[in-house]
Design a binder for this molecule. Structure first.
Ligand code: ARG
Length: 278
């Protein structure tokens, strides 16, 4: 595969050199320019491939195991859930051991490439994050929900203005809440603490991803309701796996594994087991 790519690139260079020589103008031709960009891309690829996390036997995975059903503390206290099953299946495809570390969600992105190789944490692809890390292909679609106490008057985007809103620190729910006019945002390291403060009346609502919202609400069905984010104009989000910026070899391998897991039915099986229920 690599060899083939190298041959193709050499071919492109060969052609462009000819084009450049044949051109009477001293300015580089468009083709030559393309070729040099491609050659540069190829050399960065080689450079990052030599330092790729793929060279290791064990991949260190960061997560924040307080986000059911994607990740939570399993029976033995170690992280369990959809994302954990998924990254284990990916590790198996890549022939790597995976070691999962539970961390604060807010420190995951900055830890990629130093403390951890990969983060999987129901993490939404955002432009800000893309400046710091590379993402795999998206694997799950999500939207924020608004958790309220039963009987709350909150029902539309306008109702969220000037409210006390609980969120998990550094999440897209946090970013949305902070942008709402007059909002007073309480940021928690664990989403469940935001939910507890909603039960205690310290916040008026909690903005959090749909699936965890439904999980938290199901534990307090008498008191809480999760409202669909679409009713507040929230946009669809995509979860993806975050990796060190520039580790193209790792991104490619993870995407390939993800694709295979989708094709062979494993992905759907994990969704059924962890999220939708069989
Ligand atoms: N999808 C949201 C985000 O990316 C929340 C993710 C929180 N994940 C977690 N494991 N606590 O900001």
């Amino acid at each position: 595969m690599k060899k083939l790519l190298a041959l193709v690139l050499t071919g492109v260079l060969g052609v462009s050199v000819l084009t450049a020589c044949g051109s009477s103008s001293s300015a580089p031709s468009a083709a030559a320019e393309t070729a040099s960009t491609e050659a540069a891309a190829a050399s960065t690829e080689t450079a990052s491939a030599s330092g790729s996390a793929l060279d290791k036997d064990t991949l260190i995975i960061g997560t924040n195991a307080a986000f059911p059903p994607f990740e939570y503390a399993g029976d033995d206290g170690t992280p369990a859930g959809f994302d954990i099953d998924l990254i284990n299946a990916i590790g198996e495809k890549l022939g790597k051991k995976v070691e999962v570390k539970d961390m604060e969600f807010d420190s995951l992105v900055a830890s990629i490439g130093n403390k951890i190789d990969i983060a999987i944490a129901g993490m939404t692809v955002t432009e800000e994050r893309q400046k710091m890390v590379d993402f795999s292909d998206p694997y799950y679609e999500a939207v924020q929900n608004v958790i309220v106490v039963n009987g709350s008057e909150i029902a539309s985007a306008d109702d969220l203005k000037n409210k006390k809103i609980g969120v998990q620190l550094g999440t897209t729910g946090d970013f949305i809440a902070s942008d709402i006019e007059g909002s007073e945002v309480s940021q928690y390291n664990k989403a469940v603490d935001a939910v507890n403060d909603l039960l205690n009346g310290r916040v008026d609502c909690v903005i959090i991803d749909a699936n965890p919202a439904q999980e938290f609400v199901s534990q307090h069905a008498e008191e809480l309701t999760a409202l669909e984010g679409t009713q507040f104009g929230f946009e669809t989000e995509n979860y993806a796996i975050a990796m060190p910026k520039g580790d193209a070899a790792l991104v490619e391998a993870v995407n390939q594994a993800l694709k295979e897991l989708k094709e062979d039915g494993t992905f759907d099986k994990l969704v059924a087991e962890n999220i939708t229920g069989e």
